[in-house]
Design a protein around this ligand. Structure first.
Ligand code: NAP
Length: 257
């Protein structure tokens, strides 16, 4: 059961930044076994088939699909039990799954749906996998947050995205940042390194098909940039920044909470 490889779980790896992270690991990192977290097992399997056909014998990491819906405790518990049975531990957890609600709804419904995934989901995934992280010799926990969740930026009149509203999303990421800060403090005693990460404005499916056109128009970056920055964090290249208060930014440096 014990694997010499680092076992990494990426939630929401069926699309966007999570998927790009799996691509980078697949191409560069033979020392990982990647658990490609997907709420739809069919979508996850299609993604994995595509990765295998793209990289064929050049595939470096080993990869398997793990069904995990971060809003469903049963799904999270089943995922944890599967990882425990197959690997006995988890070395790196990347809480990446996230949403922006674009359907017209009343404010309370938007807040509930947004927080269920972006904040509560990340919290219960970590809580459920904590015992497996504790079995790692070098545990690491990354929260994919957003500069939109920075309270300091929200109040800065010169901030690039000052005119964007998105209050529920901003609130969910600000709360996620507090979760990351709590876990950085709480988990230090068993040696778990914890950070929040800002992947920057990226060309993904976060705001749906219509949103992709808007993202291109406003200069969204290739999600590969965020994925490559995440790899640096995962392999320990930015450990010295973990003690600084704030979110690790994709281009280096730390953004204020
Ligand atoms: N793109 C940006 O500009 C940007 C900027 C700052 C922060 N972020 C953050 O980056 C992270 C990744 O987003 P992205 O931009 O890559 O968007 P994306 O392309 O929409 O990917 C989001 C991923 O999360 C998954 N997901 C959504 N709800 C889930 C649930 N309940 N359980 C499990 N997985 C779920 C999606 O699964 P399905 O494929 O099944 O939908 C998808 O794989 C998010 O946390 C987002 O807030 C993005």
């Amino acid at each position: 059961m014990a694997s010499a490889k680092n076992i990494i779980l990426v939630t929401g790896a069926s699309s966007g930044i999570g998927l790009e992270l799996v691509h980078v690991l697949a191409q560069q990192s033979p020392s990982f076994h990647v658990l490609l977290g997907s709420r739809s097992i069919d979508k996850g399997n299609k993604v994995l088939d595509n990765l295998r056909s793209l990289y064929a014998s050049a595939l470096q990491s080993s990869i398997s699909v793990l069904q995990i819906d971060v809003t469903d405790q049963k799904s999270i518990t089943a995922a944890k039990e599967e990882v425990e049975t197959k690997f006995g531990r988890l070395d790196i957890l990347v809480n990446n799954a996230g949403i922006i609600v674009t359907r017209p709804m009343d404010t309370l419904s938007i807040l509930r749906e947004t927080f269920e995934t972006n904040t509560f989901g990340a919290a219960i995934v970590t809580e459920t996998f904590e015992p497996l992280l504790k079995k790692s010799s070098n545990p690491r926990l990354v929260y994919v947050s957003s500069d939109q969740g920075s309270i300091s930026h929200r109040l800065d009149p010169n901030y690039q995205w000052v005119k964007i509203r998105g209050d529920p999303y901003r609130m969910s990421k600000a709360a996620l940042n507090m979760l990351a800060a709590c876990h950085r403090h709480n988990f230090a005693e068993w040696g778990c390194k914890v950070c929040a990460f800002n992947p920057g404005f990226s060309l993904t499916n976060l705001t749906g098909e219509a949103g992709r056109a808007m993202r291109i128009q406003y200069g969204a970056r290739d999600p590969m940039d965020a994925a490559e920055a995440l790899v640096k964090i995962i392999i320990g290249e930015r450990d010295s920044e973990f003690d600084i208060s704030g979110m690790l930014d994709l281009d280096g440096g730390v953004l204020p909470w």
